[in-house]
Design a protein around this ligand. Structure first.
Ligand code: ADP
Length: 254
């Protein structure tokens, strides 16, 4: 039994301002397949602000509006996930965090018992930052760093980040056509960890830097991270199910 955390970015989950239902269904299908292959899966999902925006198009440039949109969108997002997981006979659940939970061993200990209980009962925990009361994600990190903490504290061997980009490259592939994919990364340079954030979408707040920070954190705690496309799930499927590393980047300390 392997425990895996999958993080999906807002760019993958949205299309033209709404939730991308087909991609959500493909993701849920992947999780069902992984569970059928005896994996335990925790999902960290963005998309609450985008889901809220479909109901009430507030100006997203203010943090207060984004918090309000998250409050509107989070239950809608979960409803969509519930409907999709039900098609595979699976139950899902909502676990919302504030970043400070991870600094409190007592808090995180309780959360771990609850999440272990969900997993033992074949329920998929869907986690997100509670954006309405904690603005860490909205200001800094599109859940990349939250998902790294989740993988570490909930004892997963691997974090899979499904992104709008299919791997980590030696330079930004959206700017440089000669960018080359890094297949396996065993260490990350300090200048890469401190580079400017480069989110690629109005709903995204992360960019590649928060992914590298997450990978660095996990490698330092002897865990692995796999970065692959969330638009086309074939690379992540071959990596996790066929155990063949075709596309994507594996971050793994030597
Ligand atoms: P998501 O919303 O899927 O989490 P982001 O849009 O926040 O992802 O971050 C991924 C983006 O980071 C890519 O689309 C790409 O333009 C940019 N990027 C910058 N440098 C790199 C790099 N070296 N390798 C891959 N992507 C990079």
């Amino acid at each position: 039994m392997k425990r895996i955390v999958i993080k999906v970015g807002s760019h993958v989950l949205t299309e033209g301002g709404s939730i991308a239902k087909e991609r959500m269904l493909a993701l849920v299908g992947l999780i069902a397949e992984l569970k059928a292959h005896k994996n335990e899966v925790i999902l960290v999902s963005s998309g609450a602000v985008a889901a809220g925006f479909t109901q009430l198009p507030l100006d997203r440039s203010s943090v207060a509006n984004k918090q309000a949109l998250a409050a509107i969108g989070q239950p809608l997002l979960l409803k969509m996930y519930q409907e999709k997981f039900a098609r595979f006979g699976l139950l899902c659940s909502q676990v919302l965090f504030t970043a400070d939970v991870f600094d409190e061993p007592h808090h995180i200990g309780h959360a771990k018992v609850a999440v272990d209980t969900l997993l033992e009962n074949n329920v998929v925990p869907i986690m997100n930052e509670n954006d309405t009361v904690s603005i860490e994600e909205l200001v800094f990190g599109d859940n990349d760093r939250l998902s790294a903490h989740v993988a570490h504290h909930f004892d997963a061997e691997l974090l899979v980040i499904l992104s709008d980009i299919d791997a980590f490259y030696d330079k930004d592939p959206n700017k440089y056509h000669d960018a080359k994919r890094r297949v396996v990364v065993t260490s990350i340079l300090p200048e890469e960890l401190n580079a400017e954030h480069t989110p690629n979408d109005v709903f995204a707040t992360g960019g590649i830097v928060t992914k590298l920070q997450s990978a660095d954190f996990l490698m330092k705690h002897n865990r692995e991270m796999f970065l692959a496309s969330g638009f086309d799930l074939s690379d992540v499927k071959s990596f996790l199910i066929e155990e063949v590393h075709k596309g994507g980047t594996l971050f793994k300390a030597v």
